[in-house]
Design a protein around this ligand. Sequence first.
Ligand code: DC
Length: 221
Amino acid sequence: MIIAIDGPSGAGKSTVAKLISKTLNFEYIDTGAMYRALAYKAFKNSINICKENEDNINEMLKNTSVDYDNNCIYLDGENVNDKIRDEIISKMSSKISTIAYVRLKMVDLQRAIAKNKDVVMDGRDIGTAVFPNANYKFFITATVEKRAKRRYNELIKKGMDVCFDDVLSDIIKRDNNDTTREISPLQIADDAILIDTTEKDINDVVKEILNHVLNGGKNVL
Ligand code: DC
């Protein structure tokens, strides 16, 4: 079974997807981590992500292995979970994910990783491009201010010195990259269930999704 969870940055997708996968004993696959791993490699190799550099990026990709296993992201065999969450990597991953060849490779990989498994997969294009026939599709969103506030609180909690307006403008830029790119832009699949988490507690969102998956949307939890 495939449960697809798409939506913009900071909507709470990964928290929700992790909790659902745990409850259902499904595998969780964070596709954003895959784009982040590639961005991290480009960063380490000082490869600037821009149109003029696409050949270099494609060349890098030919010599790169990415894998996602047991909640961990592997880049060329190394677990890079702790190295891909910096703001610079967030920005670079949003840019690298607009490149056609990159998307082609990642989508193939995502399909291969999910083969013969029950998975909860989160991302931007899971219900529209990776698994258009997914058993369940959810699109999780929230206002841009609320998403920025959540991200800001997370960063402050980590002890980082950030300003709310910068976080907000980064989210707006990433939304813009994600929704306007030519290939598989972020959009709601026709048959996805839309959940706005602006005023909702994350546990209520999880319940809502589980009610759909376990009982066709009726309140059983
Ligand atoms: O979900 P995230 O913030 O970790 O994702 C990082 C970037 O990767 C995001 O800006 C858009 C891109 N992405 C994508 O294009 N397609 C996906 N399925 C997942 C992420």
